[in-house]
Design a protein around this ligand. Structure first.
Ligand SMILES: O=C(O)CCC(=O)C(=O)O
Length: 271
């Protein structure tokens, strides 16, 4: 496993450029993590109709624990206010800005991933966001300790240097989503091992995903944000309006759907 843990010695931007993914330890303290965890668990206990409909079959563990998509757009909910606060949090914004320059917030999500839940097959985020001419960056905050057993995130360091690849069908016994990027021979998805409060930052072309939660009793919750450079000229409709660092809404021209992914594993233009 390549060392993706960022120490303060090396420049964040240089390390990110080299690896496409960085793991920062303990960005959130235990009280902050607990507040997020409780707010989202309480929300589902009260009303899970706010969850996203991924069309999971009846009896699927995700039926009771649907992911939340764009909770930051629901200021009437505690989880909405918290998501928005964390999306614009100065500590997070500082890291993202150090890597990408000034950004807009594009998406928030919360995954519960209870024991037995399927994962999300390997994919590249910018296939969905369609942020151009650059890409997006993900901030993946561990709300529980997460590793291979409970379906922690897998990443392919270095894959950010490749173009967006047209995905194949995913194995839906392992994934609740239906598309999967197949890795060429020699490339492997590495298992991350994170503690609650750790953050993973990764590039929009980084191939990543997760397997099922095989534990009996360990949730694998995560709060996830995506950002795009303020120089973006296009984004897929689903992500508009974006949020400025000051919390104002802004619209970027809609990307035209389709034709976004390449034929295979060709190195992208150097960046
Ligand atoms: O948390 C996971 O298992 C997958 C999340 C993910 O792939 C994403 O946020 O793009």
């Amino acid at each position: 496993m390549l060392n993706i843990i960022h120490d303060t010695e090396a420049s964040l931007a240089e390390e990110f450029d080299r690896l496409g993914v960085l793991h920062i330890r303990s960005m959130l303290n235990p009280a902050e993590v607990a507040e997020i965890r409780e707010a989202f668990m309480n929300q589902l206990a009260r009303d899970r109709s706010v969850g996203y409909d991924d069309h999971v079959p009846e009896g699927d563990p995700l039926e009771l624990y649907p992911r939340l998509v764009h909770p930051h757009r629901s200021p009437e909910l505690e989880v909405g206010r918290l998501s928005r606060k964390w999306m614009l949090d100065p500590r997070i914004m500082a890291k993202v800005t150090e890597i990408m320059g000034p950004v807009f917030g594009a998406q928030s999500m919360f995954y519960f991933k209870p024991p037995g839940a399927r994962g999300q097959a390997l994919h590249q985020d910018n296939l969905f966001l369609q942020a151009h001419p650059e890409t997006c960056i993900a901030v993946w905050i561990a709300i529980d300790d997460c590793d291979g057993e409970n379906g922690g995130l897998k990443v392919v360091p270095g894959s950010h240097r490749y173009e967006l690849v047209c995905p194949d069908d995913a194995d839906q016994a392992e994934s609740f989503t239906n598309v999967e990027v197949r890795l060429p021979d020699g490339m492997i998805a590495e298992q991350t091992d994170m503690s609650a409060g750790d953050v993973l930052l990764f590039h929009g072309s980084m191939v990543h995903g997760s397997f099922s939660n095989r534990s009996n009793d360990r949730f694998r919750r995560s709060l996830i944000f995506h950002y795009v450079p303020q120089t973006s000229t296009e984004i897929a409709r689903f992500y508009n309006p974006l949020l400025t660092p000051g919390g104002d809404e802004i619209i970027v021209t809609e990307a035209v759907d389709g034709g976004a992914c390449g034929e295979g594993w060709l190195p992208a233009e150097p960046h």
